[in-house]
Design a protein around this ligand. Structure first.
Ligand code: SF4
Length: 90
């Protein structure tokens, strides 16, 4: 999995629509899928959690190992986890 971050992966990014947003630091409009700046504050996502696992070749969808449901609930790498109480960073 890539570690390259884009603006949409930053806590300072506020989405306007699917392709662009506003940076809270600079107040500039930025494209969501363009590379981060040096002030990027990475947003906590399932991809950074020890509990997240995905089948090789199907990285866009996985499961949450901390889930108590049977079967365990689906998770995806880009899912924002700022309020997840089960999050375990690498
Ligand atoms: S514990 Fe939370 S952050 Fe970790 S994979 Fe499960 S839902 Fe995502």
């Amino acid at each position: 999995m890539t570690t390259k971050l884009n603006h949409r992966d930053c806590q300072n990014f506020a989405a306007i629509d699917v392709s662009k947003g506003i940076c809270h630091l600079t107040k500039n409009i930025v494209l969501a899928d363009t590379e981060q700046c040096e002030d990027c504050a990475p947003l906590r996502k399932c991809s950074g959690c020890k509990q997240f696992s995905a089948t090789k070749g199907a990285l866009e969808m996985g499961v949450c190992g901390a889930s108590k449901a049977d079967p365990k609930f689906f998770a995806y790498p880009d899912m924002v986890a700022t309020t997840c109480e089960m999050y375990q960073g690498h």
